[in-house]
Design a protein. Sequence first.
Length: 421
Amino acid sequence: MLESVKIARRQSEIRQNLAELAGKENPSEDEVRQMTDQDREYRSNETRYRAALIAEDTERRDAGSELETRSAQEWAELMAGFEMRQVALALDEGRQLDGQTAEIVTELRSAGGFRGIPVPWQALEIRAGETVASGTPNPIQTRPIIDRLFPDSVAARMGAQMISIEAGAVEWPVTTSAVTAGWADGETANVAGPTTYATTDRAMSPDHNLGIQMRITRKTLKQSGAALEQAVRRDMSGAMGAAMDHAAFLGTGANGQPLGVITGAATYGITSTAVGASASWSAFRSAVTRFMTANAAGSPDAVRALIRPELWDFLDDSLIDGTAVSEWDRLVKNIPAGNIAMTNNALAAPSGSPVETQALLTTAAGGVAPIFIGAWGAVDMIRDPYSDAQSGGLRITALATMDVTVARPAQLELLTELDLA
């Protein structure tokens, strides 16, 4: 037990005894002496109590970082033991799951809503230190599997936050009113009257299902061994990541897709500025200035930019007259290169005459992400036992329920009509 707790309990006992003694009209000499001793002890304990709190505060600070990160570390270590290969073999052969994989699947299945084997999103991450086995026991040496080419996730680089939702719809109340203060104009004048504190709900609902099909031949199951672990994970992660990135920014809001940030800029209330001139740093500088005047960003390096590779090519080729400095050099001088994401998946291809493109700027104001991507539960792995039954192959479908929303539109700005000619 902490020393401060012991002292606090003793102080409570002393107060109780003193209250009983003080209630007597004619206390005896022993009772008067007892009150004096307990009063002296009480004052002494006050000093000890303050000293104990100071000492224990130092101990708490020393152990604080460990206590705050212990649960996250334990969860990461548990997820690191999840094996996709066990899921594939369980769907193909009915093999029992074991170890940490079985423990995680049991925990996820308890939430309900899965027809197949639930796979946590963390299991689709590329794990550090793992490589594809190239020397499996086989008469013919099997080289590492070459994965399909998928772009890196740009949603994360643009500051999007992935929210895990167990069930139902989720909404965030966002302040939309401007509560202001006012000075009293004179000695007897009143200050500014009350201003309505209004909020707008930003909701996400489980109406959008993303799925991919994977076909694993019998030869792959028997020959690849541990290589199958990374191949399935990376191929599935890449395919779903590309589809998520495209939907987060260019989703149409129809045909089962969520409404993307760029497509639904008007619906979300995101400011869209038509530049109508050749792309340059000055166009981005004006947008960054609007962020800072709206208190959405404190400096240019707090802004993230999503651009097409064609825009980088144009800016890097646009030199300032009489210098070797390009518009791209001016851009990265103020917005760090690490805050700029280039993609041909999350932005529409340049078009028109002259050729025009778009750019999206975001910032995280007050620690709030500009974009929320909601994922319901885990990835549901379902086996199709009939399609490849004749060849002995394994066909699995991965289903994920997701949605996209914008909490505060002031944290985003869309630049259009950036000429590339």
